[in-house]
Design a protein around this ligand. Structure first.
Ligand code: 2IT
Length: 441
């Protein structure tokens, strides 16, 4: 860690993600001198390569705009580079390196042959028109297309990139590459190579994982109160499945504050989240305006201030602090499944683990999204599409397998499970072994 800090000063998210993994694997690493001889850790913590490019486009007022674009190809030991694109004003190489690093371990857990990558831009979608979004996506692809391909690197969505953006990106890729394979991006529309259930998959998978975790702890999700942050694609799928399983979603939050929903979200309210996301306003208050009497907006507050049984962070890294964790616990929360990538700060994770709150990390909980992207790639390669049942059954199996891997590597002496350790060791062992077997490259 000291060497890495000296080499990459100020890359706080990236260093945080690496630190968490290294702490977890220290013991097992020291039992494998062959890993140390091949400098597996030193090689695994650095991306294979990073592409950086300028993206120039023209806004609706006719003014020239310039952003930075990136693709971090992190690790290809177990398959082609795979991971999402994030469009957010705070995107930096550090953020994308942390996400690419996490993605490598997460993809290893899915049981599918996918390496890790991440990309994106500091482009801010907030307040942009559909035409501006399209022009930006086209300008972004003008550079990205040479770096990707169906057997090489397969991007998808992340924060700020959903079905609409994947459509614009795919259209431009085909035009530039003159290549009409459906498998260069995942998260596509259902009529042009997309998999049924991919939009729901991250949220659905997170709830399937949560069910396994609760079952292992002798608990059940039915009638439990759930607090969720975010109102993007991931939160939408999580709310939908939580409701189907009989839980009550009592809060959703955004950058402007929280909407408290004492009687629980309805299907109509959940559908409205899609309109909120498409509006590019980034305001959760819109829910309270649309459904007065059902949702009460409190400005400046997080979902973690609302009493609940289960907390599901579904928004952004480091969105849940140690103080939030203490407030959740004081208000009766006993389980937190991290759905966002690195959603909880290290202090929050330690607090949960030391105070009897069940906790599972994003790379295990949210892996259903990229896993279903993997299933989309399989369907594309076979030139066919599966039914919703086929996709859902496979997603179920994958989430069950991820849970089993966490239990295998994370069970403590007292029989309880350290899901952070379990997920990190399981992912590490798979990638490390693959790297070792393929020589020094
Ligand atoms: O963080 C993630 O796993 C994603 N944004 C999904 C990546 C993918 O390739 O589906």
């Amino acid at each position: 860690m000291a060497m890495l800090q000296a080499k990459h000063p100020g890359e706080s998210e990236y260093l945080q993600a690496v630190q968490e993994v290294l702490e977890s694997i220290e013991e097992i690493y020291n039992q494998h001198p062959e890993f140390e001889n091949a400098k597996i850790v030193e090689r695994m913590v650095e991306p294979d390569r990073i592409f950086t490019f300028r993206v120039t486009w023209i806004d609706d007022r006719g003014e020239v705009q310039s952003n930075l674009g990136y693709r971090v190809q992190f690790n290809s030991a177990i398959g082609p580079y795979k991971g999402g694109l994030r469009f957010h004003r705070a995107v930096t190489p550090s953020m994308l390196k942390f996400l690419g690093f996490e993605q490598t371990f997460k993809n290893a857990l899915t049981t599918l042959p996918m390496g890790g990558a991440k990309g994106g831009s500091d482009f801010d979608p907030v307040g942009k028109s559909d035409n501006e979004i399209m022009r930006f996506c086209q300008a972004f692809m003008l550079e990205l297309w040479r770096c990707i391909g169906p057997d090489q690197d397969i991007p998808a969505g992340d924060v700020g990139v959903g079905g609409r953006e994947i459509g614009f990106l795919n259209g431009m890729y085909q035009k530039l590459a003159r290549e009409y394979h459906t498998g260069v991006l995942t998260g596509k529309g259902a009529t042009w190579g997309g998999s049924i259930l991919r939009p729901e998959a991250t949220g659905f998978g997170a709830l399937y994982f949560t069910q396994h975790l609760l079952h292992k702890a002798g608990k059940d999700i039915k009638d439990k109160k759930v607090a969720i942050s975010g109102f993007g694609n991931v939160a939408w799928g999580a709310v939908k499945k939580a409701m189907q399983l009989g839980a009550k979603v009592v809060a959703i939050s955004g950058p402007d504050g929280v909407c408290v929903v004492p009687d629980g979200m309805t299907a109509e309210m959940n559908d409205y989240m899609l309109d909120m996301r498409a509006s590019n306003r980034n305001k959760v208050e819109d829910m309270a305006v649309k459904f007065p009497g059902k949702a009460q907006f409190i400005a400046g507050k997080k979902a973690w201030s609302v009493p609940c049984d289960i907390a599901l962070p579904c928004a952004f890294q480091n969105e849940l602090s140690e103080d939030d964790a203490k407030e959740l616990k004081a208000n009766g929360c006993w389980c937190c499944c991290e759905v966002s990538n690195m959603g909880c700060q290290p202090g929050a994770i330690h607090f949960f683990q030391n105070n009897g709150v069940l906790f599972a990390p994003g790379k295990a909980v949210n892996a259903g999204g990229v896993a279903t992207s993997g299933l989309e790639m399989t369907q594309n390669a076979a030139h066919l599409s599966w039914t919703a049942k086929e996709v859902d059954d496979r997603l179920h199996q994958i989430m069950e397998s991820i849970h089993e891997q966490c239990v295998k590597f994370g069970t403590r002496a007292d029989g309880s499970v350290d899901y952070v350790k379990g997920a990190n060791i399981a992912g590490f062992m798979k990638v490390a072994t693959a790297m070792l077997e393929q020589g020094i490259i």
